[in-house]
Design a protein around this ligand. Structure first.
Ligand SMILES: [Zn+2]
Length: 333
């Protein structure tokens, strides 16, 4: 039996190493310059290949030929796709197994393994997905939520825990952002909410301050993750000018300057309906509460009101305001 196996291997090897052109069996190995075209890209490199001694043509050699194709894939992935090390690194950053990670990106486990081992090139869909995850790791939650039914509760919890740990690394939670990552969608929609019937800019900026700080008072998180600063007109979102100009660019609001008794009034009005689905019930309650409490306040009245807050009096001009002062704010009185 053993003899039979050895004979089989010898016949197999001899067949493999035989020249296809002249039938010669004397071969040698030398460095060879390759040119592969992969997905339209020219891949050139030098590696060892086997040749026929008699006619000098390439002879098929399973090991060397395989090494050459792996090299071609590696060069392609490094230059035009994603290096295999980066895919492994990405999966490790989420602390996920190959089974679970492949499920999230929607490919078979063996496909993911072949990417991680550099045996194949991710197709364009996976390439885009993997690159997006590298740039914006948080979209993993959206990916999972959009396909919630294919995960068990245990798997889902594992993914959510991993991705929330991720946020602790890349974002500095502190008392100036209310321990909350900036959520621009919530910023814009908060503006759409308060500017629904039109509101003066000065008043709008104070309403945002009260909403974020009062929510922090009840939950120890801000709604939007915005930082607020002290200026002459009271507490305002840091960089509010760029927030307003983003809203204008995205055609979310109209902005009119009205002159009244020598004063410039900057009137902001929503052009779209605010999306209440992105807020929790508790957040919506705070928005309503702030809106109702200040509904009859003019701009100068709300400025005056905000000037009495410790958040304002105990912060230096042009410095950011700590959310710790939220506990001294009370609009129930
Ligand atoms: Zn030959």
């Amino acid at each position: 039996m053993r003899r039979y196996v050895y004979r089989f291997i010898r016949i197999f090897m001899e067949e493999v190493m035989k020249c296809n052109i002249c039938g010669g069996v004397d071969t040698y190995v030398k460095k060879h310059k390759h040119m592969f075209i992969i997905k339209g890209e020219k891949i050139e490199f030098i590696s060892f290949r086997r040749f026929c001694k008699k006619c000098n043509n390439l002879v098929y050699d399973a090991t060397l030929d395989n090494e050459a194709s792996l090299k071609a894939i590696e060069i392609y992935n490094n230059n035009y796709g994603i290096p295999k090390e980066k895919i492994i690194e990405l999966r490790h950053s989420f602390k996920l197994s190959q089974s679970l990670f492949s499920k999230i990106i929607g490919c078979a486990k063996k496909t993911l393994i072949s990417y991680e081992q550099g045996r194949s090139i991710p197709n364009d869909n996976y390439l885009i997905l993997l690159k997006s995850l590298m740039k914006e790791p948080f979209i993993i939650k959206t990916l999972v939520d959009s396909n919630r039914n294919s995960f068990t509760d245990k798997e889902y919890q594992k993914i959510i825990t991993s991705s929330s740990n991720l946020s602790d690394i890349s974002f500095d939670a502190n008392s100036y952002n209310g321990y909350t990552k900036l959520n621009k969608n919530k910023v814009y929609n908060m503006i759409l909410y308060f500017a629904n019937k039109g509101v003066l800019k000065t008043k709008l900026l104070k309403l945002m301050f009260y909403a974020d700080f009062l929510f922090y008072k009840s939950s120890c998180n801000s709604i939007t993750g915005l930082e607020y600063a002290k200026i002459t007109y009271g507490p305002v979102p840091d960089n509010f000018e760029s927030i307003i100009s983003d809203c204008l660019k995205n055609n979310l609001i109209s902005y009119d300057i009205i002159y009244k008794n020598d004063y410039e009034n900057h009137n902001i009005k929503s052009k779209r309906k605010f999306n209440k689905n992105i807020f929790t019930k508790e957040e919506l309650d705070i928005l309503d509460k702030v809106n109702n409490f200040f509904k009859d306040y003019t701009s100068s009245e709300i400025v005056e009101y905000s000037h009495k807050e410790k958040a304002f009096t105990e912060t230096e001009y042009y410095k950011n305001i700590s959310y710790d002062y939220a506990f001294d704010i009370d609009i129930d009185k």
